[in-house]
Design a protein around this ligand. Structure first.
Ligand code: NOJ
Length: 554
């Protein structure tokens, strides 16, 4: 591919995406909860970073059983986040800055307070009954043995009718019945509503769960450890997505990225093969599923290599190291010890911004926000954490300390502590009492301090994004891992016929030297994660957790 061919590619391949969790981004009115005016007020930060697309987590009216992933009204803004006028003003401000907005499409389930569900549960004969999945019980219990993803049964008995409804997440998130054509039409309608307003696409929540296994059979004992694998990719998934494309998506120049929870890499490839007309990209969970502090660099590299191979020429990857459901990237994949935190966050950024795939930066990653020091279960808000606590600790199955230790490492609230803007109280996030405690390290880890410091993680992100924007080879160039088994170094090339780069990243505290193979000899340093760039002449010498992008002969 040459520069001209690159220019004719779909716009989202060259984009850099930034994910906003609105509850934790910026509170404009002092109620302790982030809001849309807060997002608008902070767009300068994203513009200075070089962001093209913002993915906004759910902003819809919701009772908040799962922080907005339980939607009561798809056409209304959550009151705590503002009004539709605030949404419109935010979108106008983004557009004025040349940024696009994608929103969360949460249509595997609704809230149990959605009008459809209220009607559905009213009577067996209600025309909306079939919008959800109702079944009679079996042997005095639930219709089958399916567990909900956050724990407990996936079925709740509705006393009025004596039937159970299915909810793969909390009981307040009943699953929609996608086999019902009217349900699908309602979903397409709400998608058109937001696209017509000017949003540029969707991140699709647990999209692979929408087609259920026929007959809803019991899970075999060996399936119970990973029920999401059994729930994903039912027989009509591809047909539903192709229909959604025909009826909605292809009429707009938008982008889609599906959450491929429970989906194998091969299935994910099918979902994103451009010849099939389904999704543009999918979030493959293989990397983030690596157990914190147990993973190895060869495993990490093998996953990236496989993703790249599977994407091939007809697919495109979504690159991400964290999101609102994961621990912080620097704690998970970097080294959050104070001595290494900033260096490792920069190196993770170097990798994220030089992979072949659209990079997704999660809010706070650009300043190396790390996992939070949670003291007790009271510090957590997340419904998953609370369910785990109830099921494991209160029932006596595990000790409080064991569950707390797990939550500190993997808990979703790590990613949800408020954004750290400055060293002022609450990190400048709110003048009120934040809904979730701000990580106390905000005093020295914040946007304001890093914006003034050319050597900061934030400054490195800005330079990386600018470089990626200037160099089509870093977007479209072929990816080759030139030393997959090296335990500490990730060294790979990105090549177009007219330009090529070698990226060398040290994932350890130890200094490393490396002699690249003959075809990959550096000519110049394009960007270094540390002020003192190593020489381009081999061998490459990298201090602990440092990374460099070299130009090499194409
Ligand atoms: C995935 C979302 O990212 C997560 O936050 C949510 O709890 C579940 N889907 C259910 O909607």
């Amino acid at each position: 591919m040459d520069a001209a061919a690159a220019a004719s590619e779909r716009w989202w391949k060259a984009a850099v995406v930034y994910q906003i969790y609105p509850r934790s981004f910026m509170d404009s009115d002092g109620d302790g909860v982030g809001d849309l005016r807060g997002v608008t007020a902070r767009l300068d930060h994203l513009q200075a970073l070089g962001i093209d697309v913002i993915w906004l987590c759910p902003h819809f009216d919701s009772p908040g059983a799962d922080n907005g992933y339980d939607i009561r009204d798809y056409r209304k803004v959550l009151a705590a986040f503002g009004t539709m006028a605030d949404f419109d003003a935010m979108l106008t401000a983004m557009t004025a800055r040349g940024m696009r907005l994608i929103i969360d499409l949460v249509v595997n389930h609704t809230s149990d307070e959605h009008a459809w569900f209220r009607q559905s549960r009213r009577a067996k004969a209600d025309p909306r009954r079939d919008f959800y999945i109702w079944r009679d019980g079996k042997d005095g219990g639930a219709p089958n043995n399916w567990p909900a993803i956050f724990g407990g049964s996936a079925w709740t008995l509705d006393d009025a009718s004596g039937q159970y409804y299915l909810h793969l997440f909390t009981p307040q998130q009943p699953d929609l019945n996608w086999d019902n054509r009217q349900v699908r039409q309602e979903v397409y309608d709400l998608m058109r509503f937001w696209l017509d307003k000017g949003v540029s696409g969707f991140r699709m929540d647990v999209i692979a769960f929408i087609s259920k296994p026929p007959g809803l059979p019991d899970l075999a004992p060996d399936q119970l450890a990973h029920p999401e694998r059994a729930y994903a990719c039912g027989p009509r998934l591809h047909a539903f997505l192709q229909e959604m494309n025909r009826e909605v998506l292809r009429l707009y120049d938008g982008m889609t990225v599906g959450e491929a929870f429970g989906v194998s890499p091969e299935q994910s490839q099918q979902l994103t093969d451009e010849r099939r007309g389904e999704l543009d990209m999918a979030f493959d969970f293989a990397l983030v599923d690596l157990e914190p502090s147990q993973w190895t660099l060869p495993q990490f590299k093998a996953i990236i290599g496989r993703q790249d191979r599977l994407a091939g020429v007809h697919g495109w990857n979504a690159a991400f190291l964290g999101n609102h459901d994961q621990p912080r990237a620097v704690s998970h994949f970097g080294d959050d010890d104070p001595a290494w935190r900033m260096a490792s966050a920069k190196t993770l950024a170097t990798v994220l911004l030089t992979l072949r795939g659209t990079p997704f930066i999660y809010q706070g990653e650009e300043i190396a926000m790390a996992n939070a020091p949670f003291d007790s279960i009271e510090d957590f808000d997340d419904v998953w954490a609370k369910t785990l606590w109830r099921e494991q600790v209160q029932s006596g199955r595990q000790s409080a300390e064991a569950v707390l230790e797990r939550l500190r490492r993997t808990g979703r609230d790590n990613a949800r502590t408020p954004m750290q803007w400055s060293a002022t109280p609450n990190g400048g996030f709110s003048t009120g009492k934040p809904w979730l405690r701000v990580n106390p390290d905000y005093a020295h880890v914040n946007v304001e301090a890093q914006a003034r410091d050319e050597g900061s993680v934030l400054a490195h992100y800005r330079r990386l994004i600018a470089l990626r924007r200037a160099e089509p080879a870093l977007v479209y160039g072929a990816f080759e891992d030139i030393d997959p088994s090296h335990p500490d170094l990730f060294v790979y090339t990105r090549r177009l016929p007219n330009k090529a780069f070698l990226i060398a990243a040290n994932f350890s505290r130890r200094a490393q030297t490396y002699v690249p193979p003959p075809g990959a000899t550096p000519t110049t340093v394009a960007l270094s994660s540390a002020a003192s760039a190593p020489s381009a002449a081999p061998p490459i010498c990298l201090e602990g957790w440092r990374s460099v992008i070299f130009e090499i002969r194409a």
